[in-house]
Design a protein around this ligand. Sequence first.
Ligand SMILES: NC(=O)c1ccc[n+]([C@@H]2O[C@H](COP(=O)([O-])OP(=O)(O)OC[C@H]3O[C@@H](n4cnc5c(N)ncnc54)[C@H](OP(=O)(O)O)[C@@H]3O)[C@@H](O)[C@H]2O)c1
Length: 283
Amino acid sequence: MIVVTAAGGPTGTAVVRELRARGESVRAVVNRRGPRPELTALGAQVVVAELTQPMAWSKVLAGADAMYLIWPNFDPDEAEGAPALFAEARRARLPRLVYHSVLRPQLRVMPHHAAKDQAEEALDASGLPSWRVLQPCAYADNMDAQLPAVRGSGVLRSYWGLRTAQSLVDLRDVAAAAAVLLTEDGLDSGTFEAAGPEALTAPRLAELIGARLGEEVVADDVIPGGEMPTSYAARCRRTMFDHYRAHGFVGSPRVLTDLLGRPPRTFAEHLADLDLADLEPLA
Ligand SMILES: NC(=O)c1ccc[n+]([C@@H]2O[C@H](COP(=O)([O-])OP(=O)(O)OC[C@H]3O[C@@H](n4cnc5c(N)ncnc54)[C@H](OP(=O)(O)O)[C@@H]3O)[C@@H](O)[C@H]2O)c1
């Protein structure tokens, strides 16, 4: 049985789906009580637990072969909370832990990268018998929410400029890599990048989206204004787009290709699998 945290988020749900498709039993950890039709329909056992408050995880981890530790996005408690969870996992004698990090956590100008860098450092010293790290690039799926508006307007809003590129990775490929790290031998103490196969600028994304929608789409540079925000989440978002604008966020697909045993999906393949009916223009 495999425990997956932040299971109700996009990453967690994708990992639960992949593990269930491979026949693994899954305990899906969420924060709020209430029905979870998407997770229960996948056949996961849903449990409620709190990541950010100290608590014993022996019950959540009872009988588990492994845990996939995903920290909620842009959450200020990751740098301290993830190491505390590693210690709980060790106390509970968890056989294996896989940590969901990010490509280049050492880019400390982005607080959420810095937090993951600190967590990775703590994992190295955790004393856990088996640990692995997955470092995904930005997901291709991040674009999906914008597509209905793109369809209505013919404009892709780029908060990261028009010049630099990202190696967007399909979340299904990230989830498949996570499943490999959770279940296969010979990968202990390894850190694995998960980047898509192409370096995509906003104008190139607009071109590919336009081809999928059958209409012209142009990329518009949305330049951020005002001071650096003070809230943690807004600061993460702003520093992230500032960094992408200046340097892009590009990685090599080689490691992911090796984990998957095939090349990761292209952005065109990602778009091809979306249902156009879900992309009706926003009213
Ligand atoms: N998006 C990308 O391109 C990208 C790329 C690389 C890495 N990542 C990393 O992927 C990770 C996951 O991102 P995501 O957007 O999939 O996650 P997310 O949507 O932020 O995760 C939400 C889930 O976390 C649970 N949760 C929130 N606060 C909690 C708490 N205090 N205790 C326990 N559970 C809590 C929520 O529970 P409820 O369902 O009960 O609300 C929900 O199930 C992040 O660390 C992010 O940095 C993202």
